[in-house]
Structures are given as C-alpha cells and as structure tokens.
Ligand binder design. Structure first.
Ligand code: KIV
Length: 284
C-alpha cells in the first residue's frame, strides 16, 4: 500500500480499512488481515505505556513502537503519529522529527493533529518529501486541557470551521485526513467535498475509510467504552481466563506434562541412576 493507491481507492469508491498497532506481533496480524493502513498511534502512550492521556508520549517511545511495527508489516501503509510538541516548536523541528519516523522508525508517512493552524507545518513536511495525514475534530493530545472529549460539528459555526479546516489541510498537501468524533452529516460533506480520502473514527458511515484503536476493537483495554467502538473480540476476558487456567494447572501439577518435556536416552538414564545411587550412599 502507498499514498497513491490509497488515493485510487477513494477514486474507485473502495472503503479504506485502518487500525492502530504498537508492536511486531499485532502489526503482523494486521498485515496478514490485509488492513490498508496501520497507524502507530500515540494512543500507544495509554494502551502500551499506561499514561492517562496521549500527550506525554515522547519521540523515543513512538520510534520504539514504530520500529517494532515496521518489522511486522510488509504490505500495509505505515503511518507514525507525531507526538505532542514534536511538531509545534518550529517547522525545522517538525521536519526533523517527521524524518526520524521515516529514517529510524521505518514508517512511510506521519500524522499530525490540528486544524488550519498546522497547515504550514503540513506543507513543509510534505515538501520535504514525507506524506502527511491530517487529524481534525477531536484532537486527543490537547482535548483534556481545552474542551474535553466531545463531539465536534454539532452546530453551523463549528461545522463550517471543520469543513474549511479540511479544505485547508488538503490545500497544504495532506494525503488523507482523520475525522475524529465529528457528526455524520459534517463528515459526509467533508468527504464529498475534498479529493483526498477521509478516515473516520466516531464520525459515521460516510467517511472514505475507518480506523479504530486496536485495543478497543479487541477489548484489551476495558476502561473506556466509546459509543463508536464495535468490539470484534474479547481478548481481555479470554486472556484472563487463559492465565487463571495456567496458574491452576501449575498449582495442580497439570502443567507441564511429558508432552512439554524432554527425556534422557534410557541407557544413559540407567547410568545416571547408578551414579546418583552412589552419591546417595556417599560412596563417591
Ligand atoms: O493515536 C491514535 O490512535 C489516533 C487514532 C485515534 C486516529 O490518533
């Protein structure tokens, strides 16, 4: 997958599938499932590192996860999520950090959160040769500080601003835009009025593609249950059951069995038993 193929998918009205991943094993699973886009999201700060929000994520943490994901994926388009303050201090910092995702992290593109205020940054990173995915609507990196985790585009003014933002990001050179928690009608207008694909998360049916946080979809993290998540498996329940069974098997001597062990050759065993007998009798 690459940026051009993603654009062709929109042109052919083929829906784009995207998922987050943060490690080698799940990246391989997503790649085998032929998911079009794998985002190494800064949501990894929460689900992998246990932070309360995404804002503490550092470049080093994001690069560590990116490297692991890039080793696991061969086909999907790999996008690295630029962490809070890695693209805000200056255009130079933004280009340098975006470059690290490509050179060190093995990513093919980067994502940055922000409305029209980041258009210049998107333009500069794109001109440096790195494709940029925009992200408007709910912007988790700063949501807690500003206006909380709420739906966007619920009135005329906010809808108009979002539509204008999407157009500005397209103009700036973004190859795709994530629409997070935007009302369905506004997402539809955005998706129909820009040429680049939109990838929705909690933004309804009319986006050109959809993305979910892997741990939400698999219920590996049951502390949050956003309305927009469809749970496709309950790996938390299954994992807990598996580990309880494992502990019980150890306690009751049901694990390991001979099937999980190796044996000495019978003739060698005989010699060893004889030797051990002598040790026990203190005759050595
Ligand atoms: O970090 C993340 O997982 C994201 C997705 C929610 C789009 O930005």
């Amino acid at each position: 997958m690459n940026v051009q193929k993603l654009s062709n998918m929109k042109a052919k009205s083929q829906k784009i599938s995207a998922i987050t991943a943060y490690d080698y094993s799940f990246a391989k699973i997503a790649d085998d499932a032929e998911i079009d886009v794998i985002l190494v999201g800064d949501s990894g700060a929460m689900v992998m590192f246990g932070y309360e929000t995404t804002s503490p994520a550092t470049m080093e943490e994001m690069l560590l996860m990116s490297k692991a994901v890039s080793r696991g994926s061969k086909k999907s388009l790999l996008v690295g999520d630029m962490p809070f303050m890695s693209y805000h201090t200056s255009i130079e910092d933004a280009i340098r950090n975006a470059g690290r995702f490509i050179k060190e992290g093995g990513m093919q593109a980067v994502k940055i959160e922000g409305n029209r205020t980041v258009a210049k940054t998107i333009s500069a990173i794109t001109k440096a040769g790195i494709p940029v995915m925009g992200h408007i609507g709910l912007q988790p990196q700063m949501a807690k500080s500003w206006d909380g985790y709420r739906v966007h585009g619920t009135n005329y003014l906010s809808a108009k601003q979002l539509i204008e933002d999407a157009h500005e990001l397209e103009q700036a050179g973004a190859f795709c835009i994530v629409l997070e928690m935007i009302t369905e009608e506004v997402s539809k207008i955005i998706s129909e009025s820009i040429r680049i694909p939109t990838i929705g998360i909690g933004s309804g049916r009319y986006c050109d593609g959809q993305i979910l946080v892997l741990h939400d979809l698999l219920n590996l993290n049951d502390s949050l249950h956003p309305k927009f998540v469809k749970q496709y498996a309950d790996l938390k329940k299954q994992s807990q059951k598996a580990l309880t069974n494992y502990k019980d098997d150890i306690s009751s001597n049901n694990f390991p069995t001979s099937a999980h062990s190796w044996s000495l050759e019978p003739s060698e065993l005989k010699k060893l038993q004889k030797y051990f007998g002598l040790i026990k009798k203190n005759k050595l």
